[in-house]
Design a binder for this molecule. Structure first.
Ligand code: HEC
Ligand code: HEC
Ligand code: HEC
Ligand code: HEC
Length: 127
């Protein structure tokens, strides 16, 4: 599939040469995984990007300026928990949260935070 274009596009690029090498040696391209949580922790991008409305850069840093990807955030448990304590849930225009916001506002003057929807519960991130 890559070669549909790259047999003509940027053929001289060292990065594209890696695809040629893989094909010649008849083995997959070796992807270097930079961000990798241990298996004991579960992280879901949709929950954060689609539902939460968080920008890639909030966690990955100025990714659009990186020729080679590097890890920007610590990716420790404290990093996850810290953000869940501080961050307001993006509830606007999301009916799922209407009832919850109502209940929360009756008891608290603070905005609904991720910790209020269970973001500190062990089992949400650990199986
Ligand atoms: C539909 C055409 C198309 C397909 C299919 C395609 N590419 Fe590309 N790719 C491009 C174009 C066009 C560029 C140049 C973009 C630019 O320079 O702005 C590019 C750039 C790249 C670059 C950056 C190269 C450099 O030195 O800047 C890499 C790496 C790359 N492609 C990898 C892949 C891989 C791996 C696949 C298959 C999984 C793939 N591409 C499939 C069109 C394609
Ligand atoms: C809330 C923080 C957060 C946001 C926002 C986020 N990511 Fe991630 N991303 C992570 C974490 C944590 C991992 C490691 C996941 C794992 O190992 O299971 C990761 C891993 C990745 C990886 C695998 C990278 C590698 O090193 O192999 C890619 C690609 C990626 N993210 C792209 C994106 C893109 C694109 C966006 C925006 C649309 C985005 N991420 C938004 C936290 C985030
Ligand atoms: C930049 C802030 C931020 C960081 C960092 C972050 N999260 Fe989140 N997380 C959120 C937000 C905001 C939500 C709520 C999204 C929504 O509206 O449902 C969320 C929701 C979640 C939920 C769902 C909680 C629930 O009860 O519905 C899980 C699980 C989760 N995050 C895991 C993680 C893990 C694991 C990490 C670290 C690897 C992490 N998050 C790092 C902001 C963050
Ligand atoms: C928001 C997500 C999140 C929540 C909630 C969470 N954890 Fe974690 N936890 C993680 C992540 C991510 C790691 C891996 C961090 C790393 O690799 O440095 C981790 C690592 C750990 C480890 C270390 C495991 C090892 O051997 O290295 C333990 C133990 C642990 N968590 C226990 C808990 C307990 C107990 C709770 C509830 C009180 C909890 N966690 C709640 C995300 C979370």
């Amino acid at each position: 599939i890559c070669m549909n274009c790259h047999s003509a596009v940027k053929t001289e690029s060292p990065e594209i040469q890696k695809i040629y090498a893989a094909i010649e040696n008849d083995r997959p391209i070796e992807w270097v995984r930079v961000h990798n949580l241990p298996d004991l922790a579960y992280f879901n991008h949709s929950q954060h990007v689609e539902v939460g409305g968080i920008e890639c850069q909030t966690c990955h840093g100025p990714i659009e300026e990186m020729d080679v990807v590097r890890q920007h955030s610590l990716l420790t448990m404290g990093w996850c928990i810290d953000c869940h304590r501080k961050t307001d849930v993006n509830t606007k225009g999301n009916e799922y949260y209407d009832k919850l916001v109502e209940l929360h506002d009756a008891e608290s003057k603070e905005a609904l935070k991720v910790e209020d929807i269970g973001g500190l519960e062990c089992s949400k991130c650990h199986y």
